[in-house]
Design a protein around this ligand. Structure first.
Ligand code: ZN
Length: 182
């Protein structure tokens, strides 16, 4: 399959082969992280938008998700506040991107065994439990801005203990997507 694609992009010119393949294409890590970021743009959270993209061992996308209100909870009624009582702030209600990506998957749970998850922000301890229990074996993230909180320390402890590898994607790239008619 890969061979076939590579051959297709080689042309024979004057007896020598010239590689016509584009040079600036996205590599797999960039592609999946970009999809996680794009998904985060669906979030209605005014402060934090997090996307997640689950990828199988064969580099096929299995599921995507972003943080939001539980299904059926009117977005306009949702308490997006960060300060106040438990009842009036988002934390007890919101479904994180990783949770949604895992639960959005409609195929066999077996497919998640050995999969990887791309997230722009390091997963919290609650999402770490879901990642572990689902069988996902690698977390690839970009930022870790809450690394000094107990929740993130617990998250890392659990992921390490349970054999889920963690990798920070070192990246500094701008991708422009223009949505426009001719
Ligand atoms: Zn979480």
């Amino acid at each position: 399959m890969v061979h076939a694609i590579i051959k297709e992009r080689l042309i024979i010119l004057g007896g020598s082969m010239i590689n016509k393949q584009r040079k600036n294409y996205l590599n797999w890590d960039e592609y999946f992280m970009a999809i996680a970021r794009l998904s985060s743009m669906r979030s209605k959270d005014p402060n934090t938008q997090v996307g997640a993209c689950i990828v199988g061992h064969d580099n096929r996308i299995l599921s995507i998700g972003y943080n939001g209100a539980p299904n059926g909870f009117d977005d306009k009624e949702f308490p997006w506040e960060r300060e106040g009582s438990v009842m009036d702030t988002k934390y007890a209600y919101v479904c994180h991107g990783e949770m949604n990506a895992i639960l959005n998957y409609r195929g066999s749970r077996k497919d998640l065994e050995g999969a990887k998850i791309y997230v722009d922000l390091f997963p919290c301890n609650e999402c770490a439990k879901l990642i572990i229990q689902s069988g996902i074996k690698e977390v690839i993230y970009m930022t870790d801005k809450y690394k000094n909180t107990d929740e993130i320390k617990v998250s890392k402890k659990m992921l390490n203990e349970c054999g889920v590898s963690i990798r920070q994607l070192e990246i500094d790239k701008t991708i422009d997507i223009i949505l426009k008619n001719d």
